[in-house]
Each structure stands twice: as C-alpha cells, then as structure tokens.
Design a protein around this ligand. Structure first.
Ligand code: FAD
Length: 384
C-alpha cells in the first residue's frame, strides 16, 4: 500500500468483487428489492467468496484480511446494491466481531466457524424503542435466576435478526446497579429458538429492502450464565468499541453508494440528449456530476485513512466518525443529484438510481446518526 492507494493484491481483489457485484447481484437485485425479499442465494454467493470471514485471523478460520480489505469489498458491493452490503457488514461487524473479540473459548468454538463461513448470521441488539443514540439508557433487564439470566425488554430495528440463517441475537441489558450510580450493562447471547425470544414481523422499510430488520421482544427469556459475552458490566463499552470500527465499514459502504450514483449518472449523461446534445454536454449538469465524483473520492480517502489507522494501531475514533459523517452525507447528496440527472426516469423504481435514493438516507441514521458523529468529533476536540 502506498499512501491511500491499494496494493496490487488488494486492487486485484477489488476488481474481483466489482465483477461479482456487476455479474451476480446487479441482474437480479431490482426484482428482489421490490419484493422485499432476503436473498439467501446471494448471501451464499458472498459466503463462497470468503467475505464473511475476511477480516478475521486465519487461526480462527478467517481470511486473514483487515478492515481495509473488508471496506474494499463493501464499497464494491454497495456500488451495485446496499442491501447486500449491509447484510454482510452487519453480519461481520455486529454479529461475528463481538464473539471473536469478547467471547469465551466455548462461545468461539460453538459460533465462529459457521459465522465466518457465512453459514449462519448473528445479530446485535442495542437499540430500543425508547432510544438508540442514548443506548446507555437501555431498559432491557437481565436478572440472575438460579443458573440462568432471565431477560425482559424490547429491542428495535435489529438487522439480520429474523433470517433463516440467524443463529443468535446478542443484546445489551442492565444486569445490576453498578458503581457510582451508573447502571451495570452487560451483553448476553440468546440463541434463535430460545423460549421467550420473540422476533417480530419484518419492518416495511423505505430502503435496504432486501436487508432483514425486525423488532425483538424478550419475555422471561432465560439463557444459561455462560451466555454472557465478555465481562459482566462491560457490555455497553464493548458495543461502543465495536461501533467505532463498524463506522469505518459503513463509511466504505456509503462511499460505494456515492460511487454507484456517479457510475449511473455518467453513463446516462452521455446517452440522454436534450437541446440537441447529450445532457452531460451542458455544463450545469456536468458540474453536478463533477461534484458527485469529488464527494465519492473524498469519502474514499476518509474511510481508507481511518482503516489504515486501525491497521497501524493508531487512534482512530475521530477519523472513523469523520469518515462515517462525510461519506453518509456524500451518499445522500449523490443519490439526490443522480436522481436529478435521470429526470423523470430517476423517479421510477426500475432504475438503480431510485434504489440508491431510497437506500442513502439510512446511512445518516444507522450505527450512529450524523449528530452523534458530530458529537464524537466535538468531544474528541475537547468541546463537549
Ligand atoms: C434499517 C436499520 C437497521 C438498524 N440495525 C440496527 C441493528 O442491527 N442493531 C441495533 O442495535 N440498532 C440498529 N438500528 C438502529 C440505529 O442504530 C438507530 O436508529 C440510531 O442509532 C438512532 O437511534 P433512534 O432511531 O432511537 O433515534 P434517536 O436516538 O431517538 O434520535 C432521534 C434524533 O435525535 C437526534 N439526537 C439524539 N440525541 C442527540 C443529541 N445529544 N444531540 C443532537 N441530536 C441528537 C438524533 O441524531 C436523531 O436525529 C438500525 C436502524 C435502522 C433504520
């Protein structure tokens, strides 16, 4: 790797994923998206490429890559479709990473092989109906009852919670009063099928329509003591550290969407004619597309920089928040501009730009809203 340029190996990998996304995902995704279907076959195809294990060490059955390689894959997939990219991102960053990073040896043995092979998916339940940004205010509780934790509470908007491949949901819950008046929050793993775990109906979403998202209710749901993930009382802190890295992955995904908008806009602007020439020949429109390319490019620099800081063992919290902030806003701006380039056709669901438009908004919300990113950046500057 020279600066922010990819090494030859990573560039070849990028080209492979780009080809896969164009040849395997692009031809079928529009129809699936309209039906709001979770495409198990495409998940298997991503698994065959080794993407679910990519950023994990080879010793645990992973691909030996890192966040940079994972981001490259997410960017190329999201350049074609964000539903598939978020399914992969959530499975890796929110499903497998907590087990790999904080799980006991038993938990790793039991869950990691299938998660890293993409044969099963884990979900991550932090957000509750009462609030997501202030996730430390969780109302879900877990009390000790004999040799079990007894959980009660509700989680909402949980990605990959209800697929046929879902193996478990890890949730944060208050497990005690804690020190200094702060409540003790821990993470607990609830296997699919556990009595008292109720996965509600799939939400009807504006975008990410092939991604699986459900509310989850816990009603006297008992799991054995050894289903605690990581250290008792560190559940919230564990999740926050995972979200810092997840933000870089989401930034890569957002960059892909922003670049996909450029791809579509450039192609269409060369084909479509108005006032006797291709619309791209009108400077007013060409400048809009130039701005789109500038936004996609700077987003890429931002997420790669954050990923390289992780690789180098440097602090990356601020850079991850900046990458998430600028790339999600770039995705939203590019989706709006690409739709404008397409005119009336941009408003028709059969065109990818309409899908990009529907998928872009959630990037400014999920895994920390834009306001939360600004809060993190301001805090890091010693401001609030
Ligand atoms: C499709 C989808 C998938 C998701 N997947 C998951 C998942 O797998 N697991 C999971 O746990 N969660 C998931 N989420 C939840 C997501 O992370 C939350 O929606 C997000 O964190 C915001 O929380 P909220 O919706 O409760 O909004 P709120 O926290 O209620 O915020 C509402 C508004 O207030 C603003 N706000 C809040 N506090 C402040 C402040 N201090 N200063 C300024 N503005 C503020 C917010 O930025 C936002 O604009 C998903 C959400 C969606 C839409």
């Amino acid at each position: 790797m020279t600066g922010l340029m990819l090494s030859d190996d990573l560039e070849a990998f990028r080209a492979t994923i780009q080809e896969f996304a164009r040849e395997v995902i692009a031809p079928v995704i529009g129809e699936r998206y309209e039906r709001g279907e979770f495409p198990v076959d495409l998940v298997s195809a991503l698994a065959d490429l080794g993407l679910f294990g990519l950023p994990f060490p080879e010793e645990v059955g992973g691909g030996g890559g890192d966040l940079l390689a994972f981001g490259v894959a997410l960017e190329e997939i999201a350049r074609i479709d964000s539903s598939m990219a978020i399914t992969l991102e959530a499975a890796v960053s929110l499903g497998a990473t907590p087990i790999h990073r904080f799980g006991s040896d038993d938990q790793k043995r039991r869950w990691l092989p299938d998660l890293l092979a993409g044969r099963s998916l884990g979900a991550f339940g932090l957000t509750e109906p009462g609030g997501g940004s202030d996730a430390g205010a969780t109302a879900t509780s877990a009390v000790l009852r004999g040799s079990d934790w007894l959980l009660n509470g509700e989680k909402c908007f949980i990605t990959n919670a209800g697929t046929v491949l879902t193996a478990f949901v890890v949730v944060t819950a208050v497990t005690g009063p804690g020190e200094g008046g702060r409540r003790e929050i821990s993470a607990l793993l609830i296997p699919t099928g556990t009595a008292g775990l109720h996965v509600g109906s799939q939400y009807s979403k504006v975008g990410w329509r092939c991604s699986d998202t459900h509310p989850v209710a816990l009603v006297d749901c008992a799991v054995p003591l050894d289903h605690l993930v990581g250290v008792r009382g560190r559940g919230y802190a564990q999740f926050l550290s995972i979200l810092d890295e997840g933000r870089i992955a989401i930034a890569a995904l957002a960059t892909g969407l922003a670049q996909g908008c450029v791809d579509e806009a450039v192609r269409y602007a060369k084909e479509r004619e108005a006032f006797g020439r291709p619309i791209g020949g009108h400077q007013g429109l060409a400048f809009q597309i130039a701005d789109m390319e500038a936004r996609a490019h700077t987003s890429r620099l931002a997420w790669r920089d954050a990923a390289l800081r992780v690789r180098a063992g440097l602090s990356y919290k601020r850079e991850a928040a900046i990458a998430k902030l600028v790339s999600s806003e770039a995705a939203m701006d590019n989706a709006r501009a690409a739709t404008q380039v397409f005119g009336g056709y941009g408003f028709m669901n059969e065109y990818p730009v309409a899908r990009f438009y529907r998928d872009a908004k959630v990037l400014e919300i999920g895994e920390g809203t834009s306001e939360v990113q600004r809060m993190l950046i301001a805090r890091d500057l010693g401001l609030s």
